[in-house]
Write a protein that binds this ligand. Structure first.
Ligand code: GLC
Length: 412
């Protein structure tokens, strides 16, 4: 019962402090929050600087960076929105509200259901020109409301040391078995770790496990299937055997990138932002790496832009979202930051989006569609993290996980 009441209270509280009636037409200064700007050359910050150079003095945007991980980002947004809601009108919303928020594709709908966002008009943002799978993540489950505008897509890629594979006369692996073989036999000969990935206990672990499971023919709906167990076993045994660097258990996107960029690993799974970073001045693998498809489908990642319910300047917020998701800026971010655009037309432009990224994104899968994704992923993270350190427990842990997920799905 309590589990029902608490979300209800949160919903009521969150709805208690919307901005005033004129907020929808409000123009004025706004705040834009995104995760830490990990792009090469701090491209997100530059985007905001460009807006500020051209916008009127009253419509300046302040850029606020959240923690790097999506879990930390969401927790901080939620805490701020709840604070604001409980302070009610006593606090001036325009002082503390995060007007425009970058929200992860996996929690956009739940975030909207919690009452934090205002619905948007699809025509105002040309969402019919965007990738349908991305737009789906920004809509309510019944498809009736649009809660956010797709901005950057994310799909996984396998980064590898081309210099090393070329010297060995090898092509990048296309299956987990080949990946294991090359990471075991070749990496050692060149003084490298085999494979680095994001296996720390956070959303990245769910992503990496989902991809290993799909590559073995399973899915997250049935973690107790033979195929799913084989996927998780491949990861856990890889760590135990050492061809998956044990440090990966502490790695997120950024720390795994640092390891590969420092020239310490033969293979890395990461998102597209990594490419331009690997070409940076501080990279020891400049000119030595290349990218390939993952050995299996990628998880569909990415970020949407939403307007906060507490925003007093929603007209400016919407203008800013149109600016960021407009064609020119999407093209620029694809070129400079490696972002996968949400606009379909940009995939037709020569040399803008690599064929590997295009294919990975178009074949990407939703992790586990659910109105309770948040609870499901935390249950998965706990169980998977345990298994990675205890490969002998795969069968038992995955059976138990299936039961726990079924319970979580029903809100128990
Ligand atoms: C990236 C993806 C996001 C995913 C996260 C996991 O930021 O865009 O969808 O949840 O990585 O770490």
């Amino acid at each position: 019962m309590l589990r029902l009441i608490v979300p209800l209270l949160v919903l009521v509280a969150a709805c208690a402090a919307p901005a005033g009636d004129d907020a929808a037409d409000g123009e004025g200064p706004i705040t834009f929050v995104d995760g830490r700007d990990t792009t090469a050359g701090r491209q997100v910050r530059q985007l905001v600087t460009r807006w500020n150079a051209f916008a009127s003095r009253r419509e300046q945007v302040e850029f606020v960076e959240m923690p790097t991980t999506t879990d930390g980002h969401r927790a901080q947004l939620t805490a701020r929105l709840q604070d604001l809601a409980s302070a009610g009108r006593a606090r001036r919303a325009d002082q503390d509200c995060y007007d425009v928020m970058a929200v992860d594709v996996v929690w956009t709908a739940a975030f909207a259901a919690a009452g934090h966002l205002v619905p948007l008009k699809p025509d105002e943002f040309g969402v019919d020109r965007m990738l349908p799978e991305a737009v789906k993540t920004a809509r309510s489950p019944d498809g009736k409301r649009l809660w956010a505008v797709p901005w950057r897509g994310d799909a996984g890629l396998l980064y590898y040391r081309k210099d090393v594979l070329d010297a060995e006369g090898l092509r990048p692996p296309t299956t987990w078995e080949e990946l294991r073989r090359q990471a075991t036999a070749v990496a050692g000969r060149h003084g490298l770790a085999g494979y680095v990935a994001q296996l720390s206990r956070y959303e990245g672990l769910t992503v990496n496990a989902a991809e290993a499971i799909w590559a073995h023919g399973g899915d997250l709906e049935h973690p107790d299937s033979v195929e799913a167990k084989n996927g998780v076993r491949a990861l856990a045994e890889g760590v135990a055997q050492g061809w998956i660097a044990r440090e990966s258990l502490d790695y997120n996107e950024l720390s795994s990138l640092d390891a590969f960029k420092a020239g310490r690993a033969l293979f890395m799974r990461n998102w597209p932002f990594a490419g331009p970073r690997l070409n940076g001045e501080d990279s020891r693998v400049r000119g030595k790496w290349a990218q390939a498809a993952l050995p299996g489908p990628s998880a569909l990642g990415g970020w949407n832009l939403a307007v906060s319910r507490c925003s007093a300047n929603q007209k400016t917020a919407r203008k800013f979202i149109r600016f960021v998701t407009g064609e020119d800026n999407q093209r620029l971010m694809a070129r400079e930051a490696g972002f996968a655009p949400s606009l379909r037309a940009l995939y037709e432009e020569p040399d803008l989006v690599s064929p590997e990224l295009r294919n990975s994104l178009l074949g990407a899968r939703v992790r586990r569609p659910s109105a309770h994704y948040d609870e499901l992923t935390s249950v998965m993270q706990e169980s998977l993290y345990h298994v990675l350190d205890n490969p002998e427990s795969v069968d038992e842990s995955m059976d138990q996980l299936a039961e726990e997920l079924a319970a979580a799905e029903q809100g128990r």
